[in-house]
Write a protein that binds this ligand. Structure first.
Ligand code: AMP
Length: 186
């Protein structure tokens, strides 16, 4: 299966995405990490990525993000399926979607809860200002693209406030339903 995870930072989407990748035995692809891996290169792309990381904005040039993702997904390990975390995040990225996406999980939590969780995580780019900016960017640029997936009938909206185990159970139930539907329609 090819599955996308979206949601505000702090929603637990990465935790859930990794658990589901294990469960389905497909590779996990974290867009933010792919970009962070390039951050210390010496080229112009690295500079653009560093600016984004420092200010909590999206990487300004979508071409960098799209190229970075395509390089990864073109490897043979990803042909059968993957869990993609944190892509797409704006309109142009939606227009450059990997082929054959089966489901999009949208993990949602209130902003206050997100800020509280992120401050506990303590990653170096998680200062209160950068966190707030990332949430603002999320509401402005990423939330509007959810309607695209809703229209296609592949959006699964998940409440991210309960415990990790409860959210995991919710997600796995949706996967089972998806597979049952597929079997019926086959
Ligand atoms: P994350 O690890 O998902 O919190 O992402 C960390 C940072 O990576 C974001 O604040 C952005 O600067 C950058 N980033 C991650 N995914 C994308 C994307 N799809 N498009 C542009 N920038 C991204």
């Amino acid at each position: 299966m090819k599955i996308i995870f979206l949601g505000p930072q702090g929603s637990g989407k990465s935790t859930q995405a990794k658990m589901l990748a294990d469960y389905l035995s497909v590779p996990y692809v974290e867009m933010g990490q792919l970009l962070r891996d390039k951050m210390n290169d010496t080229d112009q792309d690295a500079k653009v990525i560093r600016t984004a990381m420092e200010t909590g904005t999206l990487v300004a040039d979508n071409k960098i993000t799209i190229r970075t993702l395509n390089q990864r997904l073109s490897k043979p390990d990803y042909a059968k399926g993957f869990i993609l975390d944190g892509y797409p995040r704006n309109d142009e990225q939606v227009r450059n979607l990997p082929e054959g996406i089966d489901m999009v999980f949208y993990i949602n939590i209130p902003d206050d809860e997100a800020v509280e969780r992120l401050l506990k995580r303590g990653r170096t780019d998680d200062t209160p200002e950068v966190i707030r900016k990332r949430l603002e960017t999320y509401h402005q640029e990423t939330e509007p693209i959810l309607s695209y997936f809703k229209q296609k009938g592949i959006l699964a909206e998940i409440d991210g406030t309960p415990s990790i185990e409860e959210v995991d159970a919710d997600i796995k139930m949706r996967i089972k339903n998806f597979k049952n539907n597929e079997a019926q329609n086959a």
